[in-house]
Ligand binder design. Structure first.
Ligand code: URP
Ligand code: ZN
Ligand code: ZN
Length: 484
């Protein structure tokens, strides 16, 4: 059925104009003034509203077995929460255990995602290295439509990879036209600092933050940037949380390196004081890696977004219930790491970013949707209000208000780290590939409505970097030919 969104202002990352939007067969059929509604079309009144590309959250962990617990929001409830907050596509991480197959992990995640209510894609994690991984990476890119590989530089003894593995994997990414992603924290140092704090009797959630200071993130971010540059690969740094990491990325970009940075909505508005709360549950619910930072780091992240050094705001949605968090009573190292945010990312960013004048509404579209669509090579199918694009749209009411509360959320956990946050600016309607998924508080999306979005590899020209050229050109070598 056709849908006409009438009377709003279309906001893309590069312009805003008054226009109606006609949707038919899952895509945008027309954008223009005074469009006629075809017979039988549903009409959504967007008077006083903005019509924007649906949000894309490139960093989620739904139904993820991590630190002995399975995250509580699965693909059904995670994507329903997303749609309620204006996000129409998520990108989750397939994470094979070290020593196991990427291909099996991909099948496992496809099975879990069958109940997704919104569209979704995947990144693949590289958690170990040998010929099998080298070979399977090609299948992942060419057959499965995954053009991004994640590397954990932390979680020693579990998912962490060392510099040798980073070097091999980044090189392989460059060969395949794929992009490496990093969780940038120095896992060896974190491991040692965790022991030190435990030995000194710091066993509560505040020990989590103390043992992961900004320096471990800054160091790892710099290291990953240099390794990527030496093999001629771009780099995407997930959950950039502190000044040291933001500055490393800004420096790299100023030097011509193709490096991207992704702050989370949590790090933009919540700070380290949360871990000093007198109630253990309250503080433990906020344990994630990297941890919330001292407040001064938030200004650096906002600066990064405004200056273009950081391009994407994500959530790293990995939600554990209070009961699951309590596994870590007496030893903060066992508190499952992760928080939620899928439902709240767009309203909180609008409130803290656009309403304060830090971001324009076009920049809001850029950092919630268009930039990541381009980085992941799915633009303009996703990330644009344009004829031919998927009809993933959010009708945004900039005057609507709500106070965030776990009591009224879609997410399946029993708390919300943004509890009490007053939002002005909310979705009135969310459309997912031309279907109304959410309208005036009514969640209509069903499990299984979502589709898998495959992504093509990047063209070779996009993966060149400055140092790589300098290193290799004089010797006439086109590319470091990595072997398994
Ligand atoms: O604490 C977090 N971020 N949990 C999810 C796993 C990860 O590191 O992204
Ligand atoms: Zn991470
Ligand atoms: Zn994550």
């Amino acid at each position: 059925m056709a849908i006409l969104i009438r009377g709003g202002s279309v906001v893309n990352h590069d312009f805003t104009r008054r226009a109606d939007v006609l949707v038919a067969n899952g895509t945008i059929a027309a954008v223009g003034q005074k469009l006629d509604a075809p017979a039988g079309a549903e009409v959504i009144d967007a008077g006083g509203c903005y019509v924007m590309p649906g949000g894309i959250d490139p960093h989620t962990h739904l139904e993820f077995l991590f630190m002995g617990q399975v995250s509580a929001d699965d693909f059904e409830w995670g994507t329903k929460a997303a749609l309620s907050g204006g996000t129409t596509m998520i990108v989750d991480f397939c994470i094979p255990n070290p020593g196991t197959s990427m291909l099996a992990a991909y099948q496992d995640w496809r099975r879990k995602a069958e109940k997704a209510a919104s569209d979704y894609g995947f990144h693949m994690a590289v958690t170990w290295w040998d010929k099998q991984v080298f070979d399977e990476m090609e299948t992942v890119v060419k057959t499965y439509g995954v053009n991004t590989f994640k590397h954990f530089m932390a979680y020693k003894g579990a998912l962490m990879v060392n510099d040798d593995e980073l070097y091999h994997s980044f090189s392989r990414c460059a060969q395949l036209g794929a992009m490496p992603l990093v969780h940038a924290e120095n896992g060896d140092v974190v491991f040692r600092m965790q022991e030190d704090f435990m030995n000194r009797g710091v066993t509560g959630p505040e020990g989590h933050a103390y043992s992961r200071p900004p320096e471990v993130e800054g160091e790892a971010t710099n290291r990953a940037i240099m390794v990527a540059d030496m093999v001629g690969s771009p780099l995407y740094v997930v959950h950039t949380s502190c000044r040291q990491a933001q500055e490393a990325i800004a420096r790299a970009r100023a030097a011509g390196k193709r490096v991207y940075g992704e702050p989370l909505i949590q790090h933009l508005v919540l700070d380290e004081d949360e871990y000093r709360h007198k109630e253990w549950d309250y503080a433990a619910r906020r344990v994630m890696s990297p941890p919330f930072r001292p407040k001064a780091h938030q200004e650096s992240l906002w600066t990064g977004l405004v200056s273009g050094a950081l391009q994407v705001v994500a959530t790293d949605h990995c939600s554990f219930t209070t009961k699951q968090k309590r596994i870590g009573l007496g030893d903060f190292r066992n508190i499952p790491n992760g928080t939620g945010g899928l439902e709240d990312r767009m309203p909180v960013l609008w409130s803290a970013g656009v309403n304060t004048g830090r971001l324009t509404k076009e920049e809001f579209v850029a950092v919630t949707s268009a930039n990541i669509a381009r980085i992941l090579n799915v633009y303009p199918r996703k990330g644009a209000v344009a004829v031919g694009s998927d009809a993933d749209l959010v009708v945004w009411d900039p005057k609507a208000t709500k106070t965030i509360s776990a009591k009224s959320q879609v997410s399946r956990i029993d708390y919300n780290v943004f509890e009490g946050y007053r939002c002005t600016g909310l979705p009135r309607a969310t459309l997912s590939r031309g279907r109304v998924a959410f309208l005036d508080g009514d969640l209509r999306a069903k499990a299984g409505d979502g589709q898998y979005v495959a992504r093509d590899p990047f063209p070779a020209a996009q993966v060149a970097s400055t140092t790589y050229k300098e290193l290799n050109r004089p010797r006439g070598v086109e590319r470091v030919e990595v072997t398994p």
